[in-house]
Design a protein around this ligand. Structure first.
Ligand code: NAD
Ligand code: ZN
Length: 716
C-alpha cells in the first residue's frame, strides 16, 4: 500500500519535472536540463508506469511526442503524423541485438530465417522538419510540434541554402512504373548515389535541420563579441540543436537568416500514391537515393547493414568518428530496410516498431563546480576555468571546463558549489553551458576576474569593447614566454635565424631560457647540451644571436610584442620619438600624437612600459649589447617636417629617389605621388614634367636638391 502511494507520488513528481523540461526544450528552445538527465527521468517514469499500469495517464509525457505550437506561427496539420523513435536503453552491442531480436519476434521469424536487412544512419541532433513540395516547388515547411500539428516555418526554412526551393529531376507525369525507383545499388553498401528519378506532384520530405559545429562556435563567438560591446539582445546558445531550433522558430526571418543552418533528408511524409503516378519504393535505401536525386543532402554516412552484427559494426565505427564529424549526432538510427516489412511491423503510440535509436554517451551532463581557476594563455589572455567533480561527458571524463571570459562567467552566473551543465562535443574544449539556479548553495560569492595575473602578478587589463582580460606582463610572464620568444626571434623582428618553434620549446622546457635576455646569455655549452642539438647548430645559433644585436629601433620595438604594436606602428614610433627612452617616457597623450596611434594603442604601449618587469627586461636586453643606429632616428626625433607633404619629381643630381624619400620621411614628412592643393613642397630635379607644371599652377613652392639639404640641415 505504502509502496503504491510512493510510486504514485513519484510518478506525479516525474511527470511534473518532465513536462516542465519538455516545455523549456520544445516550446521555449531553452532547455535547463541536459538530455541525459531528461532521459533518466523519462526512463524512470516509463518503468514506474510499466510496473503500475494504473498510474498511466493519457497526458503522461511517455504517451506524447514533442511540444506545442508557438503563438505567432500558423498551425499545420500533418497529413502523416511525425513520430518519435524508441530509444534502445542498452548502449552496448546488446542494444542492437535486442532490437534485431524484437523485430524478428514481431515478424514471427524462425531462428533459421535469413538475417534482416537494415539501413543504419546517424541520428542527427537537430529538429525534425516536414517539407512539402507541390509540382516540384517548396510550398510549406513545418516543425514536428506534437506530432499531429506542427508550426508553419516556411519563411525561415527558405533561408537554408541546402534546402531546394525547386526539386531537381524531371516531374513525374507518367504511369506508375514511370515513377519506379531505380533498382541499382541494391548490392552496394556505400552511401546512396545520385540518379535521376521523376518527382511526384505531391512530395513531403522529412529530415533534420541542424547547425554545424563550426557554424555554432562562430555564432556564439559573434554573440559574445556583441555582448562585450553592450548589445543586450545578444545571447549565446547552449548547443547546436538549441541554436538551430531557436533559429527555425524565430519570428523574424531576418534574424533566422543570420543563423547558418544545414539539412539532411531521411524520409517521406505524404506522397502522391502509386495509383496516381507516385513513386514505388521497395526499400528505405531506394528512398534515400531518390531524395539525393531530387537535390536533398543525404548523409554519406548511411549504410545498409545485414543483421545485428553489421548494425553493431556501424555503431562502433561511427562512435570512433563521432568527435571528428562536423555536426553533432546523439546516436545512430536503425531502420528495417524493406518497406513491406515496415508496414507489417507498424506503430505503437508514439513510435514505429521498425526503427530504433541506439544512443552514444551524452555530450552534456550535470556536475558540480569545485573551484574556479584563472588560466593565462600564450597570448596573455585570461580564461576562467571551472574545476569540476569528474563527470563522463561525450565519451571522456571531464574535470575542467572553460567559462570563456568574465562576461560569460557572470552572465551564466557560475559560482563555486553550483550544479552545472557541462558540454563536450567534438574537439572543442568542454564548457559550462548553464547553471541549475535552484540548486545553488546560499552565500556562494559571484565570480570576478583577479586584478593581477595569477602567473606573474602583473596588472590585468580589459580593453574597451573587448571581452577578454589580458596579463600585461608580456615578456616577463612565464605563461607567455614561448610566444614572446618566437615573436622576438621572427624575421621581421630581431631576425634570429634558426630559432624556431622546436628550439624555443626545448630552450624553455629545458629551462635554458627563462626570459628574453637569457637568450643572449646562454653559452655554447648549455646549448650544445640540449637534446638533438648538434655542435654546428649550436654555433650557428650563437652567431645568429650575435648578428641580431645590430638592429633598428623600429625592429626592437616590434620585437617586444607590445599588444597592438605591429611593424608599421613600431616604425611610426621610432620615427616620431627617435629614442627608446623617449618612447618609454611618453604618456598616453604623447603617444597618441604619433600618426595612426589611437587611444587604445597608446594605452597599450603606456601600460606595457609602466610594468617594472617589462622595463627590466628592456634594460637587460640593452645591457646584453643590443644596439641600433642613433644618427638618423635622432634627427627624426625632432621631426621638423612632421605633418608636411612633399612630392619628388625628376632626377636629383646626387640623391636617388629612395634616398631623398628616406631623408624626408626621417624628418617626419609624408612623401606623396602626385601634386595637389595639400602638397606643401615639390622637390624637382632634371627632366621634371607634369608634376612641376601642376605645382606652378597651384602655387606650391618648388625646391631643388640643394634646397632640400638646406631645409633638412637648417631645421636640424
Ligand atoms: N533537455 C531537456 O529538457 C529535454 C526535454 C525534452 C526532450 N529532450 C530530448 O529530446 C529527445 C526525445 O525526443 P524525441 O521524441 O524528439 O525523439 P528523438 O529526438 O529521440 O527521436 C526522434 C527524432 O529523431 C530525429 N532524427 C535524427 N536523425 C534521424 C534519422 N536518421 N532518421 C530519423 N529520425 C532522425 C528526428 O528529428 C526525429 O523527430 C531526447 O533526446 C530527449 O533527451 C530533452
Ligand atoms: Zn602574467
Amino acid at each position: 500500500m505504502n509502496s503504491e502511494a510512493n510510486a504514485q507520488a513519484r510518478a506525479a513528481e516525474l511527470r511534473a519535472a518532465l513536462n516542465r523540461a519538455a516545455h523549456q526544450y520544445y516550446t521555449l528552445d531553452a532547455p535547463e536540463l541536459p538530455d541525459a538527465e531528461y532521459d533518466r527521468l523519462f526512463r524512470e517514469l516509463q518503468a514506474l508506469e510499466a510496473a503500475h499500469p494504473q498510474l498511466r495517464t493519457p497526458d503522461s509525457p511517455t504517451r506524447r511526442v514533442g511540444g506545442t505550437v508557438l503563438d505567432g506561427f500558423a498551425p499545420v496539420r500533418h497529413a502523416v503524423p511525425m513520430l518519435s523513435i524508441r530509444t534502445e536503453t542498452d548502449t552496448t552491442a546488446a542494444g542492437a541485438q535486442a532490437f534485431d531480436a524484437r523485430v524478428r519476434r514481431e515478424l514471427k521469424l524462425t531462428d533459421d530465417a535469413p538475417a534482416i536487412d537494415y539501413v543504419a544512419e546517424p541520428k542527427f541532433d537537430g529538429l525534425a522538419m516536414n517539407l512539402r513540395y507541390e509540382q516540384g516547388v517548396l510550398v510549406q515547411a513545418a516543425t514536428r510540434g506534437d506530432g499531429e500539428t506542427g508550426e508553419d516555418v516556411t519563411q525561415n526554412i527558405r533561408t537554408i541554402g541546402q534546402i531546394p526551393l525547386r526539386l531537381a529531376g524531371p516531374p513525374d507525369a507518367g504511369p506508375p512504373q514511370g515513377g519506379r525507383a531505380p533498382s541499382g545499388g541494391s548490392e552496394g553498401r556505400e552511401a546512396p548515389s545520385v540518379g535521376a528519378i521523376c518527382f511526384p506532384p505531391v512530395l513531403e520530405v522529412r529530415g533534420e535541420v541542424y547547425m554545424r559545429r563550426d557554424d555554432f562556435e562562430q555564432l556564439n563567438e559573434r554573440m559574445r563579441a556583441r555582448m562585450a560591446a553592450g548589445d543586450k539582445a545578444a545571447k549565446t546558445f547552449v548547443n547546436p540543436r538549441n541554436a538551430a531550433a531557436g533559429a527555425v522558430r524565430q519570428l523574424d526571418p531576418a534574424i533566422a537568416a543570420e543563423r547558418p543552418l544545414s539539412f539532411f533528408a531521411y524520409g517521406l511524409g505524404e506522397v502522391t500514391p502509386p495509383e496516381q503516378g507516385g513513386p514505388v519504393f521497395d526499400t528505405h535505401w531506394q528512398l534515400l537515393q531518390a531524395l539525393a536525386s531530387w537535390g536533398f543532402p543525404v548523409s554519406a554516412l548511411a549504410r545498409r547493414a545485414r543483421g545485428a552484427s553489421e548494425l553493431i559494426a556501424f555503431h562502433d565505427d561511427l562512435a570512433a568518428r563521432r568527435d571528428a564529424l562536423p555536426f553533432d549526432i546523439d546516436g545512430v538510427v536503425y531502420k528495417v530496410d524493406r518497406l513491406e516489412l515496415q508496414r507489417e511491423l507498424g506503430f505503437v503510440t508514439r513510435e514505429p516498431r521498425w526503427a530504433v535509436a541506439h544512443k552514444y554517451p551524452a555530450q552534456e551532463q550535470l556536475t558540480t563546480v569545485l573551484a574556479i581557476d584563472v588560466q593565462v594563455g600564450r597570448t596573455g589572455k585570461l580564461t576562467p576555468v571551472a574545476k569540476l567533480a569528474p563527470v563522463f561527458v561525450g565519451g571522456v571524463t571531464v574535470t575542467n571546463a572553460t567559462l570563456h571570459n568574465e562576461l560569460e562567467a557572470r552572465r551564466k552566473d557560475v559560482r563555486v558549489g553550483d550544479t552545472v551543465v557541462v558540454r563536450r562535443a567534438g574537439d572543442v574544449i568542454p564548457e559550462v553551458v548553464s547553471v541549475l539556479a535552484d540548486k545553488r548553495q546560499p552565500g556562494a560569492p559571484e565570480f570576478s576576474m583577479p586584478a593581477h595575473c595569477p602567473v606573474c602578478g602583473s596588472a590585468v587589463v580589459r580593453e574597451e569593447g573587448e571581452a577578454d582580460h589580458r596579463c600585461t606582463g608580456g615578456l616577463f610572464c612565464s605563461a607567455q614566454r614561448k610566444q614572446a620568444l618566437l615573436h622576438f626571434a621572427s624575421r621581421r623582428a630581431m631576425d634570429i635565424e634558426g630559432l624556431g618553434e622546436k628550439l624555443v620549446d626545448q630552450l624553455i622546457d629545458g629551462k635554458v631560457v627563462r626570459s628574453l635576455p637569457d637568450l643572449y646569455r646562454m653559452g655554447f655549452v648549455s646549448l650544445a647540451a640540449l637534446d638533438r642539438m648538434a655542435d654546428k647548430s649550436a654555433q650557428n645559433l650563437i652567431d645568429a644571436l650575435q648578428k641580431s644585436k645590430h638592429t633598428t629601433l623600429a625592429r626592437f620595438l616590434f620585437a617586444l610584442g607590445i599588444r597592438h604594436v605591429g611593424e608599421a606602428t613600431a616604425k611610426d614610433l621610432a620615427r616620431h620619438f627617435g629614442t627608446l627612452d623617449a618612447v618609454m617616457a611618453a604618456d598616453a597623450d604623447q603617444l597618441a600624437q604619433v600618426p595612426d596611434v589611437g587611444p587604445v594603442v597608446a594605452e597599450s604601449i603606456h601600460t606595457f612600459f609602466a610594468q617594472p618587469h617589462n622595463r627590466e627586461v628592456v634594460e637587460q636586453l640593452r645591457a646584453a649589447g643590443i644596439t641600433w643606429p642613433v644618427g638618423e632616428p635622432s634627427a627624426a626625433a625632432r621631426q621638423p617636417l612632421a605633418g608636411k607633404t612633399f612630392v619628388l619629381t625628376g632626377t636629383l643630381p646626387t640623391l636617388s629617389r629612395e634616398e631623398a624619400k628616406a631623408m624626408l620621411e626621417a624628418a617626419g614628412a609624408k612623401v606623396a605621388g602626385s601634386v595637389s592643393k595639400k602638397t606643401h613642397c615639390v622637390v624637382a630635379g632634371e627632366e621634371a614634367g607634369s608634376k612641376l607644371d601642376k605645382a606652378r599652377e597651384l602655387g606650391v613652392p618648388v625646391i631643388d636638391e640643394a634646397g632640400l639639404r638646406a631645409l633638412l640641415e637648417g631645421e636640424g
